[in-house]
Write a protein of this length. Structure first.
Length: 244
C-alpha cells in the first residue's frame, strides 16, 4: 500500500531507554508482576510509556525488556509504534484469550500463527477487516522451540482479534469454529498488521483464561491450571530472552 505521511509520529527522546534486541509486550499487570518477581535482578531502567511502563533488566549479561500492561488494539499499537521509534525491531506479545475451539481448555497455551481481523486499527495499516494478519515465522518457531524445551504443551494455529469483548455472539463463535480458529483475544491482529507495515518481527503467546466453545461463558481466572501455565511462561520467555 502507499505509505501516506502521518501528521503525528512517535519519537525517540534523549532520555529514552535502549529497548534491546527483543521486547516483551505484556497484556496484564498481574503477568508483569509475575515476571518481575521471577527476575533475578533489579530493573536497570523503569520508564513511563503512556499509561504503561517499560522495564529493562540485565540477567547473565542479557537484557530482558518488557512493556505493559497493554489492552485493546489501538493502545497496543500506540505502544508498539513507540518502541519501534525507540529502535526496537523484535517483539513477543504475551496475553490471555478465550478458547472457542472445543480442543482448547483453560490453562492451555496457544502460539498464534495468524489473527482474524475484527478490530479497526489494522485498516489504517492496509489490512482489511475479515482478513488475516500473520505472525513472524521465525519468532513463532523460536517460541515453539522454547515451549518444547521447557516441557510445555501448546496449540498452534489462528486466533480471532476483536474490539468488542461483549459482542462475541454465538453466531460469530460458530463461524470461527468452523474455520479452525482456536481462541479470541483483542490485540494480535493489529500488532501483526503493524509489524508487517513497519517491517519488524512479532510473535505471540496466549494463555487460555476462559472458554466459550460451548456457547456458554466459562471463566477460569482462578483455575490452578491457568496459574500454573502463567508460571511456566515466565520460564519460557526468560529462556527466549536469554537466547535472543
Amino acid at each position: 500500500m502507499r505509505r501516506a505521511e502521518a501528521i503525528i509520529k512517535p519519537i525517540k527522546g534523549k532520555n529514552t531507554p535502549d529497548p534491546g534486541s527483543l521486547n516483551l509486550l505484556i497484556g496484564t499487570a498481574s503477568d508483569i508482576k509475575l515476571l518481575r518477581q521471577q527476575a533475578a535482578s533489579f530493573p536497570l531502567k523503569t520508564h513511563r510509556l503512556f499509561i504503561s511502563k517499560f522495564y529493562s533488566y540485565l540477567e547473565n549479561n542479557k537484557r530482558l525488556a518488557m512493556a505493559g500492561p497493554i489492552i485493546g488494539a489501538p493502545y497496543a499499537v500506540m505502544v508498539l509504534e513507540t518502541l519501534i521509534a525507540w529502535g526496537a525491531r523484535r517483539f513477543i506479545f504475551w496475553g490471555w484469550c478465550g478458547a472457542i475451539s472445543s480442543e482448547v481448555a483453560i490453562g492451555d497455551i496457544i502460539v498464534p500463527t495468524a489473527a482474524y481481523v475484527d478490530e479497526g486499527t489494522s485498516l489504517h495499516y492496509g489490512v482489511q477487516s475479515g482478513s488475516f494478519s500473520h505472525a513472524d515465522n521465525q519468532l513463532t518457531t523460536i517460541i515453539s522451540a522454547a515451549l518444547k524445551n521447557c516441557g510445555a504443551g501448546f496449540h498452534h494455529g489462528p486466533v480471532w482479534s476483536t474490539d468488542a469483548i461483549f459482542r462475541e455472539t454465538k453466531e460469530k463463535v460458530i463461524s470461527h469454529q468452523s474455520n479452525g480458529i482456536l481462541a479470541v483475544e483483542m490485540e494480535l491482529s493489529a500488532l501483526f498488521s503493524v509489524a508487517t507495515y513497519r517491517q519488524v518481527e512479532i510473535g505471540g503467546i496466549l494463555v487460555v483464561s476462559d472458554e466459550l466453545a460451548s456457547l456458554q461463558w466459562r471463566p477460569g481466572f482462578k483455575d490452578e491450571r491457568f496459574r500454573q501455565a502463567r508460571f511456566k511462561l515466565c520460564e519460557v520467555v526468560k529462556q527466549i530472552c536469554q537466547n535472543a
